[in-house]
Write a protein that binds this ligand. Sequence first.
Ligand SMILES: [Zn+2]
Ligand SMILES: [Zn+2]
Length: 344
Amino acid sequence: MSFVQTHAPLLADHFGPKNSSAVLNELYAGVDLGSLSWAEQLWVNWYIYIGNPVIATGLMSFLLHEIVYFGRCIPWIIIDKMPMFRKYKLQPTKVPSNAQMWKCTKAVLLSHFTIELPQIWGFHPMAEYFGLATHTVPFPSWTVIVPQIALFFVLEDTWHYFAHRALHYGPLYKHIHKMHHEYSAPFGLAAEYAHPLEVLILGMGTIGGPLLYCLIRPDLHIITVYIWIVLRLFQAVDAHSGYDFPWSLRHWLPFWAGADHHDFHHMAFTNCYSTSFRWWDKLCGTENKYEAYKARVRAAKPSEREATEKKELEAVEREGLVAERLAERGYGKAMMGVPKGKLE
Ligand SMILES: [Zn+2]
Ligand SMILES: [Zn+2]
């Protein structure tokens, strides 16, 4: 009797489908299941319990997205209800209403269930096609996982910067990206409040990096992609949270964008296009307004800082509204930054 035949009842028979032994034999023949870690055993059990790797990968991908996205939004919803945190809000007068939060929740759920859910049949075949390991165990080591995720962050940020700038071009803005800019003061749930085409275009940055990697090297496991997606979802929701705390990541990592950066994008419209890092905006000169605003607030006397910040925020938002109108009319330079002399 083989090792697999001996262990099959221990691993899955007590709660798995009737053919779990057959699935175990098919997927894990020759694997020393006794040497697996707790997480790897859980992984094996999931694939055996579902009994079909296509459904197992698809369903897990979908559930991961739902649980992490909405789960990460919950603390921000609570924080928005607590006035003691208001002093950390980037646009303190603009706390989202229940109606706004509900509207975003419904729109995001609708897009997930109508666009993403039918795709669960495609995740596993796509992974197989690109050579991405799915049901296999053991998982890669952290020394393999960490550099891969760092690379995906850099690739996604680069794709997002240029694709996002293109989405600010008149016709693309008017028909696609405008929906995401409905809120000049974003909140967690607004992170994925966007046109389906925008979800597709910017989502390519998240999934494109791992697929591109698979074409070059054969050592990528879907668990690494899942960890990457979890971190990317945290980044997206947190960047839209509207809060900048003294302990926020950007204060520790000066090149990290964070909510401070993206909140300014929603307000000013023409600056701060990237997601995770600040280097593309710095390099391409699309942080100029943001830096000038920060410098003016910093230059104010401590006693006048709050009033200066309020005045500056109002001015930035006014200019942002004009820049948005210009972009909608197809005024090309609006995507490059507010044209000098027109608005300043
Ligand atoms: Zn934008
Ligand atoms: Zn946004």
